[in-house]
Design a protein around this ligand. Structure first.
Ligand SMILES: *Cc1c(COP(=O)(O)O)cnc(C)c1O
Length: 599
């Protein structure tokens, strides 16, 4: 690919890989492409550089410059060269031109240095010929390494591809037959091909940790909403990806994250804590963001989206007031009307946050029904949205709610792991830690922290829930330990409920974790065991907060202290790399710390 508009259209089809040819003799050579266009491709689509007999060091420079995740080598590169590139952490795909006389034994030296082979039609011009080869010769391929099939694949012969019965056939390379001119894809034609191929990709799809077209993560997700809300949610679903991957949007989003929020947030090696636990412990400092937590990443994204949808009025729900403050902040920044629904009891308990919202010009509306807390505030916000569908955007504060909210919020928060990867690479030489930990309320800081590591199964993901007074105490918010599958706030997930399906009132000392459910993506990560879900009590989290204050001079939010507390329960072999998401700062929790530690 080389044309920015064409790339953006392709991204919406959600292919697994997108290729860029950095070989100047190819008619598809990417001469002058704006770095940002490539960087802006979501990381669930692997950005792939294609090279022909290029120096390893030059390839490594390209990987760095364009954040490439895969490299396809189309010349006579040696297995040593492949290994050198693979060691940088990218996938290596080694291409071979195949004809009747091809000797598959020459692949032997590459088995330990590449991730995939690519079998293409043998030509002088290193691929892109539009010609197929006789696939029957693949019967002579006896190794177990999976491969890409390439060379003249078009709509006419896809049926034959589907008939190939070989588990090692991992991917198909759709290129010249889908072009309207070299390096320009015919998107409509590709759409037809992808629809045709999806059935065979089913097996791999069930292994995907990201959302599918219907808004599901495995069994979880979807949009369970009252009919009156359907037009709003449907409009959002149709538009959100298009809008957030527009270059102007990305430019403004990145600029605000940098100049207003203060990103990138530092990745800090906590040396005294590392010495105590016997591992290299890094803290991802979301606590240093403007307004003191990760929530602003999402509200910045959604306010830009709301502007582009032509909305003039913003509503939000808030429990402890943190999301309400982050929403009031961006509304002040953009001069939009802001209404925040908050339970009457929470308004009394969280006076400073109520004052902050009011000072920034927001209207705080008390929810006076039911238990007068977050659940009731959410109901009021929904009701408001139904009554004001034209001019109002509803900013949800975590990876919960009907599709597309969980996916949209995840994409805005994915900046956390995106930065972590390059920061780790700078500090340790590898993008991959051994463990990643984050606390889970609805789960947005955790998904942000996990997002770019989901497909790297050797990175262990640990999600820490709030056990409150203890998982079995009746006063807890440990959703995966206590919950069952059900529908809450517009999506199917896991939630705490009674025998007959009434949502149970959760409890945690930390207001941000005091939520009876988790986002649908978390439910999927839990069920597939991709992430491990554990819990930490009030007391354990307070102790961890005090420990961090005294060993590193950082007072964490009690939410974040839950993630830190789990370090105490882990056993390290020594020298492992651990990243903990420090989701917020502890200023808001001082009164609680004072009470518990008699300060
Ligand atoms: C709101 C909040 C949380 C919990 O929300 P998630 O969506 O689970 O991230 C965690 N930490 C802090 C500091 C918060 O403000």
């Amino acid at each position: 690919m080389k044309y920015p508009d064409n790339i953006r259209d392709l991204v919406l089809l959600n292919p697994d890989y997108i290729g860029f040819i950095f070989y100047d003799k190819s008619k598809r050579f990417v001469a002058e492409i704006d770095e940002q266009t490539i960087k802006d491709i979501p990381s669930c689509i692997k950005k792939t550089g294609v090279f022909v007999d290029e120096n390893a060091s030059v390839i490594l420079d390209y990987i760095k410059k364009y954040h490439l995740q895969a490299v396809q080598l189309h010349g006579s590169e040696t297995s040593d060269t492949c290994l050198k590139i693979a060691e940088s952490g990218v996938e290596v795909i080694k291409a071979f031109g195949v004809d009747e006389a091809f000797d598959f034994n020459q692949l032997l030296p590459y088995l330990d240095s590449v991730n995939y082979f690519l079998f293409d039609t043998k030509t002088k011009a290193h691929g892109g010929s539009g010609l197929t080869f006789n696939w029957q010769v693949l019967e002579k391929y006896t190794f177990s390494k999976p491969y890409f099939l390439s060379g003249g694949l078009g709509l006419e012969n896809l049926d034959k591809v589907l008939a190939i019965n070989d588990d090692r056939l991992y991917a198909v390379d759709l290129n010249s037959c889908f072009e309207s001119e070299p390096a320009k894809k015919d998107i409509e034609k590709l759409k037809l091909a992808i629809n045709k191929l999806r059935p065979i990709l089913k097996e791999t799809e069930s292994m995907s940790y990201n959302v599918n077209e219907k808004g599901y993560y495995g069994d979880f997700g979807g949009a369970y909403i009252p009919e009156m809300l359907y037009p709003n949610v449907e409009h959002l679903r149709k538009e959100y990806l298009k809008i957030i991957y527009e270059p102007k949007f990305q430019e403004e989003f990145n600029q605000l994250l940098k100049d207003y929020v203060g990103r990138p947030s530092p990745l800090f090696l906590a040396e005294r804590l590392s010495a105590k636990y016997g591992a290299k412990i890094y803290l991802k400092r979301e606590d240093l963001n403007h307004t003191g937590a990760h929530k602003i990443n999402n509200t910045i994204g959604q306010i830009l989206l709301a502007e582009r949808l032509g909305k003039k009025r913003i509503i939000a729900e808030t429990g402890a007031g943190q999301h309400g403050v982050a929403t009031a902040t961006v509304c002040a920044l953009k001069g939009l009307e802001c209404v925040v629904y908050m339970g009457e009891i929470d308004i009394e308990r969280q006076a400073p946050n109520v004052a902050r919202m009011k000072m920034m010009g927001a209207t705080v509306v008390p929810a006076i029904s039911g238990s007068k807390t977050l659940k009731d505030a959410t109901n009021e916000a929904m009701r408001d949205w139904i009554n004001n569908p034209e001019d109002t955007h509803y900013i949800i504060g975590s990876v919960v709610g009907p599709h597309p909210y969980p996916d949209m919020v995840a994409r805005f928060q994915s900046i956390i792991s995106e930065e972590t990867k390059w920061q780790l690479k700078e500090k340790t030489g590898s993008e991959y830690p051994d463990y990643v930990l984050a606390c889970v309320g609805g789960g947005s800081n955790a998904i942000g922290m996990f997002y770019n590591f989901l497909d790297d199964e050797h990175v262990k993901l640990i999600a820490v829930e709030a056990a409150g007074l203890g998982v079995d105490s009746g006063e807890s918010a440990a959703t995966t330990a206590l919950g069952r599958e059900g529908v809450l706030h517009g999506s199917r997930s896991i939630l705490m409920q009674t025998e007959d399906g009434q949502v149970t009132e959760p409890y945690s000392i930390s207001a941000g974790l005091d939520y009876p459910g988790i986002g649908p993506q978390h439910a999927h990560l839990f069920k597939t065991k991709r992430a491990q879900y554990v819990s930490i009590t009030d007391q354990e989290s307070l102790d961890a907060g005090l420990l961090l204050a005294q060993t590193e001079g950082i007072i964490p939010a009690i939410e974040s202290a839950h993630a830190l507390a789990y370090l105490e329960k882990m056993k390290f072999k020594g020298n492992e790399t651990v990243v903990v998401c420090l989701s917020g700062r502890g200023d808001k929790d001082l009164a609680t710390y004072m009470k518990y530690f008699n300060l």
